[in-house]
Design a protein around this ligand. Structure first.
Ligand SMILES: Cc1cc2nc3c(=O)[nH]c(=O)nc-3n(C[C@H](O)[C@H](O)[C@H](O)COP(=O)(O)O)c2cc1C
Ligand code: SF4
Length: 498
């Protein structure tokens, strides 16, 4: 079931939390070790999934703020920490981390070193690597009609038909541009193609099935090498593993999408849609060797009309497992297809529609509520993978913020590791607090998505709860560039014995 926009949303209270004693935590499943790949073991099944904090330089390098961010997560000593989505190409991508060239390795190595030091060596560190296609901002109509729209014979022909005037077939480019700029909506909807209208209303956006574009046609030839090199750099920088980002709104998820209609053997049937993701996995494996951890994050459900559902996701999971992936991290939704219209000058954000809700559910929810909402997807994938004879660990996430939730999921065999993004953002120390018997001191995430609003505007991501410990004149606290918010959470150490 998905959250329909017509359903009434109700505000759900946070689930009650009973925190374990230190001994109970030590005996628990969540705090027990797990093997990941052939040689690596995580000391706990606690997991921090990738979160982009928008702290890299404009050209994709690690900054002191990136180091502070991961150092702070490392202090909570999760079993696994996954570094944010990091671009595999050497192209400008704003303040998103990049791994598309060897010059990025020294910065990434520092990140590895600080996580090792601050976690006391307890945390295994992976990095999520991603490819994405072009998404432009929603243009001013003047710019769109004045420059971006290609004035083709098709546009002229449509105008001639609609206005019942053959002279439009010979009209000058400037004349067509001028006319369209002041044309009414019905005319635009008649004359322009769906994609041209989308470029006007939402901003131009490429699809993996845009086979008329040479660079899109070439993706199956280009991507295995790009991912493999990125993985090799991750290994050189000292990461314990690499996570292939096959989820949400990006290139690889779009290959897996049921909407993928490519006709070159990489779209259409399930076998063809999964072909490139498998070829990328094989190329990465070949480059980094059998013993290096290679995981995949992908969608258990795209939550869009005509998109892939759990039936497909189960098939993908079994194929990835058979191909030797070391873990499967299951996410949900987060697609562009149902995103809200952005303001002029802003880019469409894939977490604003129903699929976005399902990716990062909030307390304003349908009757089912946001807590552990995506677990059934991971459970179905895990069951199918086990039935096919593979022991591949499955990671679940989404609305998890208490020990009991996590322990229940593991006890019922719904997943092998339990991840928490926003709860760990709210309190990076929460794993350690629980392990040491201070669960009652956990700062609990309210699941109202202030942090996600910052992500949407590509502003430095912080949690609203951190600012409750911010004295106006305290110069010792690093602040976000707006000067108003704490850039890192307040520090915590276990209370001294009485
Ligand atoms: C600020 C922010 C940034 C995120 N960035 C990524 C990302 O880079 N890669 C990814 O796979 N998921 C990303 N996510 C999604 C989370 O990993 C997670 O799947 C989602 O928040 C649901 O889990 P939660 O309920 O524990 O927060 C992000 C989430 C947030 C809140
Ligand atoms: S800002 Fe809100 S949703 Fe985000 S981590 Fe903090 S409490 Fe949770």
């Amino acid at each position: 079931m998905t959250l329909s926009t017509t359903q009434t949303r109700v505000r759900h209270p946070l689930p009650p939390a009973r925190w374990p004693t230190r001994e109970e935590a030590a005996r628990s499943r969540w705090f027990s070790p797990i093997a990941l790949g052939r040689r690596l073991a995580a000391e706990e099944r606690t997991w921090v999934p990738a979160m982009v904090p928008w702290r890299a330089t404009e050209d994709g390098f690690v900054t002191p703020e990136v180091l502070d961010w991961y150092a702070r997560f490392a202090e909570g000593q999760p079993g696994v920490l996954v570094v944010e989505a990091t671009g595999i190409r050497d192209i400008p991508s704003g303040p998103l981390l990049r791994i598309g060239d060897d010059r990025f390795i020294p910065g990434l190595r520092k990140l590895v070193e600080i996580v090792r030091a601050r976690s006391g060596g307890r945390t295994r560190l992976f990095i999520q690597v991603l490819d994405f296609l072009t998404v432009r901002r929603r243009p001013e109509p003047e710019k769109f009609f004045g420059r971006y729209l290609e004035i083709t014979d098709a546009v002229r022909g449509q105008l001639a038909l609609w206005l019942d005037d053959k002279r439009w077939r010979e009209a000058s480019e400037a004349g067509v541009r001028e006319f369209l700029l002041t044309a009414d909506r019905v005319t635009l909807e008649t004359v322009l193609t769906d994609r041209e209208l989308e470029a006007l209303d939402y901003g131009y956006r490429e699809r993996v099935w845009d086979m008329h574009l040479p660079r899109i046609r070439a993706l199956p030839q280009v991507l295995p090498g790009l991912f493999a090199e990125a993985a090799r750099r991750a290994k050189d920088a000292g990461f314990d593993g690499v996570e292939l980002h096959y989820a949400h709104a990006y290139t690889m998820a779009s290959f897996l999408s049921r909407l993928n209609t490519r006709t070159d053997g990489y779209g259409g049937s399930l076998e063809h849609r999964v072909r490139l993701p498998l070829e990328v996995l094989a190329a990465v494996r070949e480059r980094v060797g059998a013993e290096y951890v290679v995981g995949i994050r992908y969608l258990g459900d795209e939550v869009i009309e005509g998109g892939s559902r759990i039936e497909e996701a189960v098939g993908y999971g079994v194929r990835f497992a058979a191909a030797g992936v070391d873990y499967l991290s299951v996410s949900k939704g987060g697609r562009f297809e149902d995103a809200k219209q952005p303001k002029i000058g802003e880019a469409v954000y894939p977490y604003t529609g129903e699929s976005g809700y399902e990716c990062m559910p909030t307390v304003l929810s349908d009757a089912r509520g946001p807590f552990g909402r995506n677990v059934p997807l991971a459970a179905a994938i895990r069951r199918a993978v086990r039935e096919a004879g593979h022991a591949t660990p499955v990671v679940t996430s989404g609305g998890i913020g208490t020990f009991e939730q996590a322990e229940g999921i593991l006890e019922r065999g719904e997943a092998d590791c339990v991840a928490a993004a926003r709860q760990t953002l709210a309190d990076p120390d929460w794993f350690r607090k629980i392990r040491l018997g201070y669960g009652h001191l956990v700062r609990r995430c309210e699941f109202t998505n202030y942090c996600e609003g910052l992500d949407q505007r590509h502003k430095q991501v912080t949690c609203k709860l951190w600012d409750r410990k911010l004295e106006p004149g305290d110069a010792s606290v690093k602040r976000a560039s707006d000067g108003k918010r704490r850039l890192t959470p307040p520090v915590w150490s276990p209370p001294a014995p009485a």
